[in-house]
Design a protein around this ligand. Structure first.
Ligand code: ATR
Length: 285
């Protein structure tokens, strides 16, 4: 049996064990995937993951509020993928085995990746929404928004506008991202206040945490799109209702959740996941 965990706080409602169990069924791999509670401090987090990997664990997912803590931890003792570096956050942990010439491990380090943004891109592509050449607006400038910018640019979007309630957080984000990655050119990213975002976009993505608060975003009457995506899921989303009423195709973020999980599972096991098939199975339960 290969052992996996998801670490978070709170963690009781995480859907990851159910999703990864389906992946295991599909690939015929014998796994145990558990929810792991952790007190909210960096020392506890480090102790939990060290104990897990020393005990033979293969991989861990990291969720709220530990993604930045996991980033710091990997920076200090292992390594970070390009996507984790640029996102400033880690959602997937694995052991990085550095081999001697004769194949004997000389060091085992905890390595961090981030599959959230690619999970979003893969889901959008599976919906057949045209990403290449798209004019995209991203609303929000927190951790969720930061994680998707590089994958969106790598997918070949034509332009990106980042809108946020607090404009300075959007402009700071663009400076930080362009400093962190040569792929991100700050000249190609516009910023504005959320209420001032207007015109016609191909795709508008909500990466704010507003769905949790019950508030609605102050969106201009002059804002329209062909496709609207909300990274939240599991409740009615006023953001999607607004664009759906104006004729746009819409999607919540459930497919992104499965998409990021599938990429983690693929990193850990080397097995490919048929995401559409697993999504269908999960929706039927
Ligand atoms: P996450 O990691 O989920 O991105 P975060 O880093 O706290 O969480 O970022 C939350 C995002 O949602 C921010 O862009 C925030 O806007 P501000 O930067 O202006 O705070 C946005 N957000 C949260 N509540 C909001 C609200 N009521 N109206 C508009 N934007 C909101």
């Amino acid at each position: 049996t290969q052992h996996f965990i998801v670490i978070g706080n709170p963690i009781a409602h995480s859907k990851s064990p159910e999703i990864h169990t389906r992946f295991a069924e599909q690939t015929g791999i014998d796994i145990s995937y558990q929810r792991q509670y952790c007190p909210v401090d960096a020392a506890s987090f480090t102790a939990v993951i060290e104990a897990f990997f020393h005990g033979g664990g293969i991989g861990a997912n990291v969720t709220v509020p530990f993604k930045q803590v996991a980033y710091d931890c990997c920076l200090a003792r292992g390594g970070l993928s390009e996507h984790a570096k640029v996102a400033g956050a880690v959602n997937t942990l694995l052991l990085n085995k550095t081999l001697r010439e004769n194949g004997t491990p000389i060091a085992e380090a905890i390595y961090g990746d981030n599959t959230d943004g690619q999970g979003l891109v893969n889901h959008i592509m599976s919906l057949n929404w045209p990403l290449a050449g798209a004019r995209v607006a991203l609303i929000g400038a927190g951790g969720a928004a930061r994680g998707v910018v590089l994958p969106l640019i790598e997918a070949g979007i034509a332009s990106l506008t980042i809108a946020n309630r607090t404009l300075s957080k959007a402009t700071d984000l663009v400076h930080e991202l362009s400093a962190a990655s040569p792929t991100i050119d700050k000249q190609q990213i516009d910023t504005c206040r959320t209420a001032e975002l207007n015109g016609q976009f191909d795709i508008i993505i909500n990466a704010t945490s507003i769905g949790l608060s019950g508030d609605t975003l102050p969106l201009s009457e002059a804002l329209n799109c062909h496709y609207a995506y909300d990274m939240m899921y599991g409740r009615p989303l006023p953001f999607l209702q607004r664009f759906s009423a104006r004729g746009a195709q819409v999607s919540d973020g459930y497919g992104m959740l499965i998409g990021q999980a599938a990429l983690s599972f693929e990193r850990w096991t080397g097995q490919h996941i048929d995401v559409a098939k697993v999504t269908q199975t999960l929706l039927n339960h």
